[in-house]
Design a protein around this ligand. Structure first.
Ligand SMILES: [Zn+2]
Ligand SMILES: [Zn+2]
Length: 146
């Protein structure tokens, strides 16, 4: 779970850094714990409405579409969201809080999932797998003539 403790946010405008973890059993999308760092300019002029503008950074283990090897890729996503007291609307980037803890897990999960490109390559010039003998051509040469 990712909670922001609203009562710990200083009044006015400040720069805040957060470290979050989504445990893999809370997260049905990947097989690993997800470590996320958020760096924001936080605008807390009105205490019932707190604006976060900045980036979240995380790295994910992906599978290369060409060679099927697992690889790590770093992501840095720009975000802008607002925590709003007793918010009942359905804007995706406005997150309701009632007391002092605001649960932003679903919002962050959405950012992570949307950040993943539809094509994933371990490197731009990945040579892939030989369709005949199946060796990973990044590591070995084969004698198949294709
Ligand atoms: Zn590859
Ligand atoms: Zn081959």
């Amino acid at each position: 779970m990712i909670n922001i403790n609203v009562s710990s946010i200083p009044a006015g405008i400040s720069v805040q850094t957060f470290q979050w973890v989504i445990k893999r059993d809370e997260y049905d999308f990947f097989n690993e714990d997800l470590y996320i760092e958020g760096k924001f300019k936080v605008n807390n002029i009105h205490k019932t409405q707190i604006e976060f503008e900045g980036i979240i950074e995380f790295s994910l283990e992906l599978i290369c579409d060409r060679c099927l090897e697992r690889f790590k890729r770093d992501f840095s996503e720009e975000v802008l969201f607002v925590l709003k007291k007793d918010y009942l609307g359905d804007e995706l980037d406005i997150i309701n809080f009632t007391d002092y803890l605001c649960d932003i897990t679903d919002y962050i999960k959405d950012i992570v999932v949307t950040a993943i490109p539809s094509k994933n390559l371990c490197k731009d010039d990945c040579k892939g797998i030989c369709p005949k003998c199946g060796v990973n051509l990044n590591y070995e040469k084969c004698k198949c003539n294709i």
